[in-house]
Each structure stands twice: as structure tokens, then as C-alpha cells.
Design a protein around this ligand. Sequence first.
Ligand SMILES: [Zn+2]
Length: 433
Amino acid sequence: MRTALTASALAFATSSAMAQVTAIRAGRLVDPETGTVASNQVILVEGGRFRAIGPTVAIPQGAEVIDLSQLTVLPGLVDAHNHLALTYKEEPESNVYYLTYVLDATPLRAIQAASNGIQMLSSGFTIIRDMGNNGNYADAALRIAIEQGWIPGPTIINSGIIIGGFGGQFWPTPEMAMGKSIVYPEYLDADTPDEIVKAVRQNALFGATVIKICVDCKPWGYTTDEIKLFIAEAAKAGLKVEGHVQTVDGARRAIEAGIWSIAHDRGLTDEMHKLMAQKGIWRAGTETPISLTGHTTRERYDRTVAGLKNAYENKVPLTFSTDADYYVPGKTRGEVAIEFIETWKAAGIPPVDILRALTINGYQASETYTSRGPIKVGYVADLIAVPGNPLQSIDALRDVRFVLKEGVVFKRDGVMTPEKFFHGGPVNGWNIR
Ligand SMILES: [Zn+2]
């Protein structure tokens, strides 16, 4: 956990004329936490961190000045549930991801993940919780590649392989399941306490930074005690547990066990929402908008909107989450993800609270809240800028013109300029975890 700079360190940063200081002139600066806008702010960035923020901050000599005086600056966005290394498509697999898994090898999926990550970053998503379905740890490879400095991308919180009872989310044939072990590596089977412990340890060993389980993908599912075992074992590695939940009974067991976050909204009734609010369990509802034709139905969408509205009214901790794992012709992965604001608008949630779900709640669910996300002195320097004011119209987020990641400009004037992110080696230190 990092603390804010001392006053003397701040004075040093603001007075020294070092070339690597970047000064950003922000026409408007949004604080989603308070829902306020400050005008004409200067933001100093040095060594990848915010060093000073305010209306009267002096710009050191030799600093690179970035003029965003015509734009609204705000913290980066979070998608709390994506699958960057999975892209199913109408052609050739009719959006059946079981076939995608057969057709696309992990190395290809890792390259897709690199591309999808760049597309997400260009749309302003600086943090992604990547919740499994990534072949043989393509998600861990992506996270490590970004952290080491090989390629640009969002900060990745990744789950490794989804752990489920035998079969995972597949319904394979006996010959494919028993003869070919086709469930692995898309899912890790864990049907007994020993297997649960082993599966959590395998994911932790191979680079997961969160654990994802299938609570009720099969009728037998996991019991409350089994979910508790997941949580306890994951905690030893410092990891939280997200549950894929699709039934009310599954939701009840996950909530009883004290799970960190629940993915998807199908099992989340008014009663479950009240329990989640009481226990402070994150909701990653993955609310597919009707505008993404073919990915939901009118009936399903109406239920999704009503569920999100009910969760909001019950004060459930809400994250913005998409489950975007498919190709929509004409759209980048980032454009698909931001389209999900349509569902939030339809649920009648005010722009400031949609923005909170997209930012501060996302940082909290990702556990970066005290180091990365908020635009605060001492924090990692991630920010984005848009022409409009998202507190008035959340649609302003559809037009991200500027992206700063760890103090380095990734996008300027609406154009990606990622060359400073590419390196021929691990410039941020070699780390295979
Ligand atoms: Zn998912």
C-alpha cells in the first residue's frame, strides 16, 4: 500500500526542472467520488505518478506541457468482467464458444488478448478484471507482458483458469471429456476439497491474481462450505474469489459463504440484493445492452434492466462489467464494452453513479483503490479525457480523446500513440508471476 507524498517531496517535485516532468492542463477535472468538477487544473506527473494537482501548481521549466484545456479529464475506467483472450464470432462458429475453444489455440488467443487490451485502453479502460476462459493462462501472459513493458495495455487483474465441478461450463460428450480431457484448460475440475485446494494453488502458481469459480454451472454446484474453502485457500495467496452465479440457490450459497464478487445477474433477486448490500458483496452483473443485437433478447434485457435498477435501489455495491468476449463487426472490443452504458441509462441510474461504478467502485473491486485509479498525489498516473462532461451525459465516455497510462501518453487527439510502450525487453523488471 502506498501513501501520499510528504510535503517536502512534493516541493522537490514541483520546484525541480527535470525534463521527465509532464504538466497536464485540464480544462475540467472530474472527481467521481464527490461528483464534482474543478476548472483549470494543472496536473504534474513524474516517474509515472501524480506529483501535484491544483489550480495554482507551477509548471517546472523544461516540463512537457500537454494542453487538455478544452477537455474534461477524469480517472480511467474499469471493466470488472471481461475475457480478453476469448473472441467468439458469428463466422465461422455461430458464436458458440465451445467451438471457438476448439478452433483457437492459446498462443493465438494470447495475441488476441494483446490486441483486445489495446482496444480497451483506447476506449479509456485502464483496468480490466479478466475473469477466465483464456485457454492455458493467456491472461497471465498478457498481464505479465504489460507489467514488464513489452506492450501497452490496461492493468490486468486475471483469474487464470475458471475452477468448476467436472465439465465446467461445457456439456462435452463422454469421448471428448473422458478420452480427450477437453474441459482442460478452459476449466479446472475440482469436485472434492483436496481438488479445490489444489486448483486454487495451481492458479496462484501460474499467475492468477484473483480466483474465479463456477458456483452453479452444473446442478450439483458448490456448497456453502466448499465456497468457504475456496475463499480460505485463495486468501492464503492474497487472492479474492469471484463466483459465476446463474441461479438463486447458487447466489444464496455464494453470499452465505462471503464471496468477494458475484458475476452475472440471473440469480440476483431482490432478496439476494438485500443480502449482498448487507454483506458488501460486489455485483458484476454483466448487463448486456439490447443494442448489441443478437447478444440478448428483449425479454432478457428487460429483466436485466429491472435487476440493475433493483440492485441500485438496494444500494448493492455495483461494478461496471461486460462479459464482452465476442466480436461485433465494426466495433473494437473497447467500443463493445462502453456500449453497456445503455443498460445503465435504461435502469435510470444517474450519470454520477454510473461513473462511480466505472471508476471508484471498479478500483475497490480490483483492490487498486489505494494505489491506482483516483487522480491523487502519489498515485499511479492513469487518466483519460473526453470533450463532454460525463456527469451531465454519460455518453461523453464514448469519445475518449486522450489516455495516459502510468505517466506515458497512449492516446492523444483521438489517435493512439503507443510507441513509448513497446520495448525489446522487460524494462520494468523480469517477473514471471
Ligand atoms: Zn464471463
